[in-house]
Design a binder for this molecule. Structure first.
Ligand code: NDP
Ligand code: MG
Length: 396
């Protein structure tokens, strides 16, 4: 069997760990072409020794130099690329058939776009790329002849529950709507008055999933579900009215598809990202993900409830941004990235995140986004508005 060549963007992160774990379990099926990260050169050096990629790229040029020195004289086949352009080049390497897009935030947009234009099979975790550049990104997928396989657990669940020939048209296949499940994060039951004083570590202590710090804070505000609603809009061609968000604290049902005949199909499993990653890596085959079987009887019960919109104002902001269209989702995402980084850095309160996003949405027009430049301009403007509203230093 010819091995499938895979590049992992964001290889040093939480999704990177899970993807490389599945890949390492199936050395007969997969071979690593490129690995990329931002600054963590020591971890990337270890991954290079283990997976022996053709290319390793770090967007921080000084870190790339350190990686180059660390790998010198070790007999590895690995060429080191540096800077944002190096990561973009790594994302589109001719040698790779599949690209795991797992950079966090807007920084993932251009590399993922490059993979789309190069016609790769893209395993998409980097939802922000789709939120910022939706129309541009989907056009690049079509133009490049790329294949998009969602590995965000909810979208992967929906992908598994949709008909095999589904092509972004719910009515054509009798799909009425989709239900995105959400755990509700660590603050689902926390008294509202206490939210202003929660710490970054408390916000990152997710009850069910172990993830990077940015998405963990997004789960605590439920902005993550808002971004996922916009992600689902682009991936599956659903209007915002066709996407419902349901709180399911156990994180066992990863999402559902409702059909016009009243059937609801769901995908269940442990909250472990190796399941969706393995599903997409091997698609349409199935491979062992290293995840134990789900024991339903031991679980006993699964519960569902409606989200509390006062507790989670970011949900309404996301529906509003998708309704406004154009650059509004990019504005929302950028303001959120600034606010989350400031919260993680101890500079603002948890409860400042949603108002900063609301302010950016209110202040900036939802301009049409036709090009990457339009999306990046909206992103930059929203960062500036959020920084000034949060009274952060200009380049914070
Ligand atoms: P992590 O923070 O754990 O990892 C982020 C990765 O991106 C790291 O490899 C990091 O490199 C790299 N990176 C960060 N900034 C840049 C940059 N400016 N340029 C290039 N690379 C950069 O994040 P996660 O793995 O948790 O999340 C990754 C993406 O997947 C996010 O979009 C998230 O929403 C999505 N996702 C994650 C899930 C999870 O379970 N973790 C679940 C579903 C979706 P370095 O280590 O050097 O900083
Ligand atoms: Mg998710």
């Amino acid at each position: 069997m010819t091995r499938q060549s895979v590049s992992v963007l964001g290889a040093t992160g939480s999704i990177g760990d899970s993807a490389l774990d599945v890949i390492a379990r199936h050395a007969d099926r997969f071979v690593v072409t490129a690995l990329t990260a931002h600054r963590q050169w020591e971890k990337l050096a270890q991954l290079c020794r283990r997976h022996r990629p053709d290319v390793a790229a770090l967007s921080d040029p000084a870190a790339a130099q350190a990686l180059e020195r660390a790998l010198a004289g070790q007999g590895l086949p690995t060429r080191v690329l540096a800077g944002e352009q190096g990561v973009i080049e790594a994302a589109a390497l001719p040698g790779a058939r599949t690209v795991v897009a797992a950079i966090v935030g807007a920084a993932g947009l251009q590399p993922t776009l490059a993979a789309a234009l190069a016609g790769k099979r893209i395993l998409l975790a980097n939802k922000e790329a789709l939120v910022i550049g939706g129309a541009v990104f989907m056009a690049a997928v079509a133009r490049g002849g790329a294949t998009l396989l969602p590995i965000d657990s909810e979208h992967n669940a929906i992908f598994q529950c949709l008909p095999a020939d589904y092509s972004r048209d719910p009515a054509a296949t009798g799909v009425r709507r989709i239900l995105l499940t959400a755990s509700g994060g660590p603050f689902r039951r926390r008294p509202l008055a206490e939210l202003a004083s929660v710490t970054a570590d408390e916000a990152c202590a997710h009850p069910n999933w172990v993830m990077g710090r940015k998405i963990s804070v997004d789960s605590a505000t439920m902005m993550n579900k808002g971004l996922e609603m916009i992600e689902a809009h682009w991936l599956f061609g659903m209007s915002r009215e066709q996407i419902e968000i349901v709180i399911h604290p156990e994180s066992i049902v990863h999402s559902l598809v409702e059909y016009v005949d009243g059937s609801m199909l769901a995908q269940l499993g442990h909250p472990d990202m190796r399941t969706p990653i393995a599903q997409a890596l091997a698609f349409p085959e199935r491979i062992d993900a290293g995840v134990p079987a789900l024991e339903l009887v031991r679980r006993g019960s699964l519960t569902f409830e409606a989200p509390d919109h006062d507790r989670f104002p970011c949900l309404d902001l996301a529906y509003r941004a998708l309704g406004a269209g154009g650059a509004a989702p990019a504005v929302l995402n950028a303001a959120n990235e600034i606010a989350v980084a400031a919260f993680l850095g101890g500079r603002i309160r948890f409860t400042d995140i949603a108002p900063a996003c609301a302010e950016a949405l209110a202040r900036l027009p939802a301009r049409t986004v036709r090009t990457l430049g339009d999306a990046l301009a909206a992103d930059a403007e929203a960062r500036a508005v959020a920084r000034s509203w949060l009274k952060l230093p200009v380049a914070a």
